[in-house]
Design a protein around this ligand. Structure first.
Ligand code: CUA
Length: 335
């Protein structure tokens, strides 16, 4: 009863550590990892309590003044009991370590054990410092390309294929799965499944340069219908400008540096250096979860991207206020 209370108290405490939390599992993999965490936590907690209790008992029992010299006596019975106690403690420790090893292997197998005949597949490529997400399809025009905001259907196994365009990154959404390294030139795959709808924060977990700390992503888990609507929307080419302001915005995009690095499908912009912006207006955040996707933050980002993410590959764009306003309005319409 008391233990159960302590356990729920600790779990409650964990809620204050923010949205990035492996103790809030949203799917079977993260649940397995959480289970193992608590098993190891309680074993080490019990060991801690036993050690402290042992020390306290010894300290209380053998209290004697340091000035008084104790005569040396050979206590054969005492020595035998001490050997027994140490031997038993070593045996229990080794047994416990093997039990933990066994449970780790079982959990590892369970975490890797997901499978499905027709899963949603997402190719994640790490870039300094953002995430490219491609939903591959044998038909090129059915392939979705987006950045940093990864949508998945709830309750369905999803395959994540990994790669990196530059250095080693690590894909980590603690509520969903453990860390997975993204290695340049080496493709690997793992499965995730999210059972509770919601938005789950993720971070790069491998130091990858100056803006490693600003390499965030989010996984949006939604019901099948919403996911399919999202897919259908993402497959569309960019919306056509429908006002003089947005026509001017697109013109600014296509005649300035933007076009050198970004794609907007349905226009002449087709570079893959930076994130695909065909549906940038639909995303919650920009700059790999560093800034909210609001007109003000977007304008500040375009004018001086080095201010919020020093060292990133995007160059400053000294546009006049009219052009900047039109560009931001145009990008906002790209839902
Ligand atoms: Cu990418 Cu750290």
């Amino acid at each position: 009863m008391t233990l159960a209370r302590l356990h729920s108290g600790l779990a409650l405490l964990a809620q204050f550590t923010g949205e990035h939390n492996s103790l809030h599992p949203a799917g079977p993999q993260a649940s397995g990892i959480e289970w193992l965490y608590w098993v190891v936590f309680w074993i080490t907690f019990a060991a801690f309590v036993l050690v402290v209790a042992g020390f306290t008992r010894a300290a209380v029992r053998n209290r004697s003044s340091t000035s008084e010299m104790l005569p040396l006596v050979r206590d054969l019975e005492g020595d035998r009991r001490a050997s027994w106690a140490v031997g038993t403690a070593v045996f229990i420790t080794v047994l416990t370590l093997f039990a933990v090893l066994f449970m780790s292997i079982i959990t590892g197998k369970k975490v890797e054990g997901l499978t499905s005949k027709n899963p949603v597949t997402i190719q994640i490529t790490g870039h300094q410092w953002w995430w490219e997400a491609v939903y591959p399809n044998t038909q090129a025009d059915q392939t979705i390309t987006t950045a940093n905001e990864i949508h998945v259907p709830v309750g369905k196994p999803v395959v994540i294929l990994t790669n990196s365009a530059d250095v080693i990154h690590s894909f980590w959404a603690p509520s969903v799965h453990g860390k997975r390294d993204l290695l340049p030139g080496y493709s690997s795959a793992f499965w995730i499944q999210i059972d509770k709808p919601g938005t789950y924060a993720g971070r790069c977990a491998e130091f990858c340069g100056l803006q490693h700390a600003h390499m965030g992503f989010s996984i949006v888990a939604e019901d099948q219908d919403t996911f399919q609507r999202w897919e259908a929307q993402q497959l569309k080419p960019a919306v056509e400008p429908n006002s003089s302001e947005t026509v001017r915005g697109r013109q600014v995009f296509l005649t300035h540096a933007c076009v050198m690095c970004h794609t907007i499908r349905g226009t002449d912009a087709g570079s893959r250096m930076g994130p695909d912006l065909t549906h940038v207006g639909s995303r919650r955040m920009i700059a790999a979860e560093t800034l909210p996707n609001t007109p003000g933050a977007l304008a500040a980002w375009i004018i001086d991207p080095q201010r919020s993410k020093p060292g990133n590959k995007m160059a400053p764009n000294l546009l006049n206020p009219g052009d900047l306003g039109a560009l931001v309005t145009y990008l906002g319409t790209l839902q």
